[in-house]
Ligand binder design. Structure first.
Ligand code: UDX
Length: 428
């Protein structure tokens, strides 16, 4: 059986995880392309540039065999499939920065001039609706000097979560295939064919783009709604975790993404909701619910500080311990982590911060070089006047006697994870 040549442009979470997972199929030959030389070097040394469970072990097995990383686009001239997985960061006004997408489309187009196969280009990056049709396809066609009929275009959004990316890629809830040509539908089905029993939904290109935004908006709305309910519960001395468990037992609602806490972080929810609001406004719409989801999320971290001040008074010159810096467990990513606004506000108020995180301390050092980073929770807790638990790391579950070294045993959870009974909760 001949091998499928796959080029993947972008070695971030989506691109590298897609490349690694597809390399586990023995009929694939994969090139991962990124302009960042340092990243390429790390991947070719069989390591991931970021922490993601299980990723290193796949790279160990396949890099140098059917998986290689490069800064050059030459592999595209013999590719059957090209995945676009570059970042679509947020501009300061909330709109989407498409410069990486445009550069990628242009380089792909140029490299396709020498490709004599019928190549399929798959957009996996999260892009505002109509971007594939109105921006990506025209750039690729003009740079490659090919006709629309000589290429296939698919929009196939990726729904993986950091920290569970491999598991999510291998066992997705659904696969969304956006195409504007019936004949393009089956290309990915053949590639993903080992993913049996998974519902495929065939839609238009722009519908696929919108499904990704709508999904993230919906999930973030669940969290902000849970936080609003949680804030009310806290005032009434009602345990919001028990309330949301009861709510989630309704099959129409489901248990996931109903955990109240300090709000959502990460690279997607805020960025994608801002992009959706920006798209809506450009079309004369004013999406009030989406704006409230963000407002609730921005206000949520300040509540943990109010609760701390209520318990210990003024934080000036007090030692406050932050347990958890990553935006969630099982990742070293700190993008939009709720620890950032909390540390910033505590520093503004004159507190002295000690911090511990199993994975994310190096990344946080770039943001806050002058706080104290500790090798263990116990070291961070020594002589502390208060402790805020900001990330749901499993290793925090068993913390108990470690709190004995605090000057003042005031512990507040921003995420429900401790088994320790003496802690207060942000919404419980
Ligand atoms: C998200 C989407 O889940 C994924 O489908 C999409 O492809 C990318 O964006 P990710 O950002 O990796 O994934 O993290 P996710 O697991 O969704 O968590 C986001 C944030 O929400 C975290 O800060 C988490 O702690 C918080 N969260 C999650 C809650 O506060 N409560 C919950 O109930 C669930």
């Amino acid at each position: 059986m001949s091998k499928i040549n796959i080029s993947i442009v972008g070695a971030g979470y989506v691109g590298l995880v897609t490349g690694a997972c597809l390399s586990t199929h023995n009929n694939t030959n994969i090139k991962i392309i990124d302009t960042d030389k340092e990243k390429i070097k790390i991947i070719n040394n069989k390591k991931s540039p970021f922490y993601e469970p299980e990723l290193d072990s796949i790279l160990q097995k396949h890099v140098g065999k059917n998986l290689k990383a490069t800064t050059r686009f030459t592999s595209i001239s013999s590719a059957n499939i090209v995945f676009i997985c570059v970042g679509t960061p947020q501009n300061p006004d909330g709109s989407t920065n498409l410069s990486f997408i445009k550069n990628a489309a242009s380089s792909i187009g140029t490299a396709l001039q020498n490709n004599t196969l019928h190549c399929t280009i798959v957009v996996k990056s999260t892009v505002p609706p109509k971007t594939t049709e109105n921006i990506i396809i025209p750039i690729i066609l003009s740079e490659s000097r090919k006709l629309k009929s000589e290429l296939s275009f698919i929009m196939n959004p990726e729904f993986l979560r950091e920290g569970r990316a491999i598991e999510d890629f291998m066992n997705p809830d659904r696969i969304i295939i956006g195409t504007n040509k019936n004949s393009d539908k089956k290309v990915l089905e053949n590639l993903y064919n080992s993913l049996d029993m998974i519902p495929y939904l065939y839609v238009k290109l722009s519908e696929a783009e919108m499904i990704k935004y709508a999904s993230n908006a919906f999930l973030a709305t669940k969290i902000s709604l849970s936080n609003e309910i949680g804030n009310i519960c806290k005032k009434l001395n009602i345990n919001s975790n028990i309330v949301m468990t009861g709510v989630g037992l309704d099959n129409r609602i489901g248990q996931m993404f109903l955990k109240p806490g300090v709000g959502f972080g990460g690279s997607c929810f805020q960025k994608d909701i801002l992009a959706l609001i920006d798209t809506a406004k450009k079309h004369g719409e004013n999406p009030l619910i989406l704006q409230s989801v963000l407002d609730t999320n921005i206000a949520q971290p300040t509540r943990i500080i109010l609760l701390l001040e209520h318990l210990i008074g003024n934080v000036k010159d007090k030692k406050i311990t932050i347990l958890g810096l990553a935006f969630k467990n099982d990742t070293d990513d700190i993008r939009e982590s709720r620890s950032i606004p909390v540390i910033r506000e505590l520093l503004n108020k004159g507190a002295i911060i000690s911090a511990y995180d199993p994975m994310a301390m190096n990344n946080m050092k770039e943001q806050f070089p002058h706080i104290q980073y500790c090798d263990t929770p116990e070291e961070a807790l020594k002589n502390s006047d208060g402790c805020l638990v900001m990330t749901e790391w499993n290793e925090f579950y068993k913390l108990n006697k470690e709190f004995n070294v605090m000057k003042n045993k005031i512990i507040i959870e921003g995420r429900k994870i401790l088994s320790y009974k003496g802690a207060k909760g942000i919404c419980w």
